[in-house]
Design a protein around this ligand. Structure first.
Ligand code: PAF
Length: 280
C-alpha cells in the first residue's frame, strides 16, 4: 500500500482516503463520493476496511462485528473506489499478542469525555490505527463521518499535533427515512429494537425544538433530565450519556443555546448507538 502511495505522490496524484471498518452502507458511500469530489477525476480514491482490534475493549463486540468483504468490494467497485486496502491483523500489528508491537498514539484532551468516559481505551486504538493508515495511504485528504463527531475532533487534533500533511474533512451523517443515523451496528437490532432506536434522533429533535423555542440559554442539567425521561419511554433503551458542548472545542456547556452541540449514546437492547447534532 505504501509503495503504491509513494508512486502516486511522485506522479503528483491527489489521494482521497475513506477509512472504514467495513460492512458498508450508504453513509460510507457518501464519504466515498466526497473523496472523489476532493481528489478530482484524475485523483485516486482509497478506502480501507479494517476492524481494528485495538479500539475494542475486551468486553465489546470485536468478534461479533458485522463483516461482508465480498459485498463491500462490490459496493466499492460500483462507487468508483480505485484501491480497497484490507490489511490483516498480522500486517497491522505484527506480534501484538507476544510483545512484538508496542507503539500507540494517544490524544490526551478531546478524547477524555463522552465516548472516552464510557470506552476508556477506544480512542487510543482509533488514533493509533488512523495514524498508521495515514502513513500507509499517504492521503491528501481523509474523510470521516459526522456521526462519530468526537472521533472526528480527536483525529483532526492528532493530525494537527503530529503534523500529518493532509486535510481532515467531516461529511454529514446519513439517516434512514425515520431519522436513525446509518451505522453498521444497526444490523444488531431486532425489529422491535429497530423501532425504538429512533429515540436517539427523536431526542435530538426535542432538544432542537426546546432550544429554538426560546432565546434564553437553557440549563443543561434540566434539559438532560427531560431527554433522560424521553429515552426512558422506550423499554429497550438505556441512556449511557447525553452531553452538550461546543462543537469545535468539545468543551462542555452548562447553558444550552442555538449552536450548542449535543451528543448521546444509548443502549438499545445490547446494541450501543451514538448520534449527535448541532442544536439549531
Ligand atoms: O469510524 C470508524 O469506522 C473507525 O473508528 C475508523 C476511523 C475506521 C478507525 O478504525
Amino acid at each position: 500500500m505504501q509503495r503504491l502511495a509513494l508512486r502516486w505522490r511522485r506522479e503528483g496524484k491527489r489521494v482521497g482516503f475513506v477509512p472504514t471498518m467495513g460492512y458498508l452502507h450508504d453513509g460510507h458511500m457518501s464519504l466515498v463520493r466526497r473523496a472523489r469530489q476532493l481528489a478530482g477525476k484524475q485523483g485516486i480514491v482509497v478506502a480501507s476496511i479494517y476492524v481494528n482490534p485495538t479500539q475494542f475493549a475486551p468486553t465489546e463486540d470485536l468478534s461479533a462485528y458485522p463483516r461482508d468483504l465480498a459485498r463491500d468490494k462490490s459496493l466499492c467497485r460500483d462507487a468508483g473506489v480505485d484501491v480497497l486496502f484490507f490489511p490483516s491483523d498480522a500486517e497491522m500489528y505484527p506480534g501484538r499478542n507476544s510483545g512484538g508491537y508496542s507503539t500507540y498514539v494517544v490524544e490526551k484532551r478531546l478524547a477524555l469525555g463522552m465516548e472516552g468516559n464510557s470506552r476508556p481505551t477506544h480512542f487510543g486504538g482509533v488514533t493509533t490505527v488512523v495514524a498508521k493508515l495515514f502513513n500507509l495511504v499517504l492521503p491528501d485528504v481523509a474523510i470521516f463521518g459526522a456521526k462519530d463527531w468526537q472521533q472526528a475532533a480527536v483525529i483532526r487534533r492528532m493530525t494537527r499535533d503530529l503534523n500529518f500533511p493532509l486535510k481532515v474533512v467531516v461529511a454529514p451523517t446519513r439517516r434512514e427515512s425515520d431519522g436513525l443515523a446509518m451505522s453498521s451496528r444497526n444490523k444488531y437490532l431486532n425489529p422491535n429494537e429497530r423501532k425504538q432506536a429512533t429515540i436517539l434522533s427523536r431526542a435530538l429533535k426535542l432538544a432542537k425544538e426546546v432550544v429554538t423555542a426560546t432565546r434564553k440559554p437553557i440549563n443543561a442539567d434540566l434539559l438532560k433530565k427531560r431527554l433522560t425521561a424521553l429515552v426512558a419511554t422506550q423499554p429497550a433503551a438505556r441512556l449511557d450519556y447525553v452531553e452538550f458542548f461546543d462543537g469545535q472545542t468539545l468543551q462542555s456547556a452548562e447553558a444550552v443555546t442555538r449552536g450548542t452541540h449535543m451528543a448521546l449514546a444509548v443502549f438499545v437492547g445490547k446494541t450501543r448507538l451514538i448520534d449527535n447534532a448541532e442544536l439549531r
